[in-house]
Design a protein around this ligand. Structure first.
Ligand code: SF4
Length: 279
């Protein structure tokens, strides 16, 4: 009922001023059914988008390479994961990865997004980090100009857990090997109550934020511009949004747009992660 009492023009003015909306204000906008009011909301959204991002659209020619679909976890929404031994389980060799990258480059790709299932067997001499580092190094040495967007916060936590390392150590090693940006995946629904139902084995909200924040401290860009304080202030627990480019269930930028439209005041990156992004 409260949402119905809120003034739509005031909410739109507040939004255009750059202030973050409350959950109640967002709900009030979503409840509108009058076509003129909906048109006003559309116009305000477009104005806000223009002021934040301008009218220049950039894109990156990217290929996703998922090196394995074998995963130790069992997220309820995941159609990608397989158990080792399943008929359609796969684990690409480095040669196969290079062939896929070569194929992508021949088609104009300037970026590879590399992620995979959480495979406890993905190790070199019993260690996880060297396996991931070698994956990166083999691609980076063959294609030094190719932007490598790789390994989600969940994968960073997995490597750190397997090898008993800090997140800083893992991210720094991947960065040194050639990773240039981190996907914002594994956020899914960033609400611990929902995560406990949908993906109870996954890292919780605080860990996801800690790893993204650590990446930012190491100057590793992510699609997320946020700080723990902002997320807390804006009551992230009430925000439902999704980023998933591991399983290709949504384009990466859809996640950013979802953030932009959520009650979190996260801002749309004005510059592409990849300097080779085309206009
Ligand atoms: S969403 Fe990711 S972590 Fe979860 S089961 Fe699928 S591959 Fe594994």
């Amino acid at each position: 009922m409260l949402a119905q009492l809120l003034s739509i023009p005031k909410i739109l003015d507040k939004s255009l001023s750059g202030a973050a909306l409350t959950v109640q204000e967002g709900v009030a906008l979503l409840r509108q059914q009058d076509s003129q009011v909906i048109q006003d909301i559309r116009q305000a959204a477009d104005e806000l988008r223009r002021s934040l991002a301008g009218n220049t659209v950039t894109y990156v020619v990217n290929r996703n390479i998922n090196f394995t679909n074998i995963c130790e976890q069992h997220c309820g929404f995941c159609a990608f994961r397989r158990d080792e031994g399943d008929a359609d389980a796969y684990w690409l060799t480095q040669q196969q990865m290079l062939e896929k990258a070569t194929d992508a480059v021949s088609l104009g790709a300037t970026e590879i997004c590399m992620q995979g299932g959480l495979h406890p067997g993905a190790k070199l001499e019993g260690k996880s980090l060297p396996y991931y580092v070698k994956l990166v190094e083999s691609l980076h040495s063959r294609f030094p100009d190719l932007h490598l967007h790789a390994f989600s916060p969940q994968e960073v936590q997995f490597i750190a857990r397997e090898d008993g390392l800090t997140y800083t150590k893992v991210i720094a090693a991947l960065q040194t090997a050639g990773v240039q940006s981190m996907p914002g995946t594994a956020a899914e629904v960033l609400n611990d109550d929902i995560r406990r139902v949908l993906c109870p084995e996954k890292i919780n909200t605080a860990t996801w934020l800690e790893i993204v924040e650590t990446a930012h401290q190491l100057n590793m860009p992510t699609p997320v511009r946020c700080s723990r304080d902002i997320l807390r202030r804006q009551n992230i627990k009430s925000s439902i949004w999704s980023i998933c480019d591991r399983c290709n269930s949504a384009p990466r930028n859809a996640g950013i747009l979802a953030l932009q439209n959520s009650s979190c005041s996260l801002t749309l990156a004005k510059t592409p992660l990849n300097p080779s992004a085309k206009k």
